[in-house]
Write a protein that binds this ligand. Structure first.
Ligand code: GLN
Length: 309
């Protein structure tokens, strides 16, 4: 799709780009270590359907944890709030996204929120479908609708790479299976989850996906109601409280918009009633967020007064 190159956005990218040297690529999923650390690009999709961008915006990347907010929306549509929140909580955590510790200390044992790995695995387990393939296809089709692109697919190499090394995520699943939070085969769940995390798009598609949340679930480009308003609101609230892992508090203060990051270096950010933002910068800070991506959002928020608070 057409997205105009924007000089102002490019200037901000140039100002924060040196931050990439201070970050590190995620390498615990071996295939993610192949990215170029210096990459940084951004697209902004406004609700009036105009789009501005800067950098190599058509480079596609895997969603990783960004997918957690999209699977949550689908599962809430599938089952309703009451059922979903019997299996996953609503509270932020000060622990890293893949931590196992609170699963044991919380009583009853359920993951604190859907944005950490344990919670996201419980959510993926709830996607409706007669088998793992139908579960994944339903999620992929939903994401195609959000990104307004039929060509979205998943990266088989990244998916396989994570599937082969997801020991910690498997541990979280076995723990939750013991406590009846997840049902069925752990291997099947890990397969759906790793494919979900490997769904690929570029920053313009990510900005469009974000714009659906900015427009309260009504797709600004297709005019279709893709997500009920209440569920879009709920997802945005989770993004504010838990979307940037255990850096969500600082991010709310410094940027102040709902956002969700992934260890691939993507960030989906939502400026309610205005626009969706898609960023890709694979160099990560020590919490697993795109280091230059956060710098970019801080500048955008300060320059254009984007904070919702
Ligand atoms: N697929 C990744 C994992 O489960 C997603 C984590 C992330 O992006 N923070 O480890």
């Amino acid at each position: 799709m057409h997205c105009k190159k924007d000089e102002q956005l490019q200037r901000i990218i140039n100002q924060v780009k040196s931050l990439t040297t201070k970050g590190k690529l995620a390498d615990y999923i071996p295939a993610l270590a192949n990215e170029n650390k210096e990459h940084l690009c951004a697209s902004i999709y406004y609700l009036d359907k105009t789009c501005v961008s800067a950098g190599d915006v058509e480079h596609s990347f895997t969603l990783q944890s960004i997918s957690k907010v999209l699977s949550l929306a689908l599962v809430l549509m599938d089952h309703g709030e009451e059922y979903v929140f019997e299996h996953v909580g609503m509270e932020p955590t000060g622990d890293p996204f893949n931590s196992i510790v609170k699963l044991e200390t919380n009583n009853p044992s359920k993951p604190l929120n859907p944005m950490i790995n344990a919670g996201a695995l419980a959510v993926t387990n709830m996607i409706k479908g007669s088998d793992k393939d139908e579960q994944f296809t339903r999620l992929l089709n939903f994401i195609k609708e959000l990104a307004d692109s039929d060509s979205i697919t998943y990266d088989t190499i990244v998916a396989q790479s994570e599937y082969n090394t997801a020991w910690l995520n498997r541990s979280l699943c076995y723990f939750m299976k013991e406590h009846d939070i997840i049902k069925g085969s752990v291997d099947h769940l890990i397969e759906v989850y790793t494919k979900q995390c490997s769904i690929k798009m570029h920053s313009i598609e990510l900005a469009k996906t974000a714009s659906v949340f900015a427009n309260n679930g009504l797709h600004p480009s297709t005019n279709k109601r893709v997500i009920p308003e209440k569920i879009a609101q709920l997802c945005k609230t989770f993004m504010v409280t838990c979307g940037m892992y255990n850096a969500s508090g600082e991010f709310a203060i410094k940027v102040g918009v709902p956002a969700k990051s992934g260890v691939s270096g993507g960030i989906l950010a939502v400026v309610p009633e205005l626009c969706g933002i898609g960023i890709f910068g694979p160099a990560l800070d020590d919490k697993g967020n795109s280091i230059a991506g956060i710098g970019l959002l801080e500048r955008l928020s300060a320059n254009y007064k984007l904070s919702i608070f």
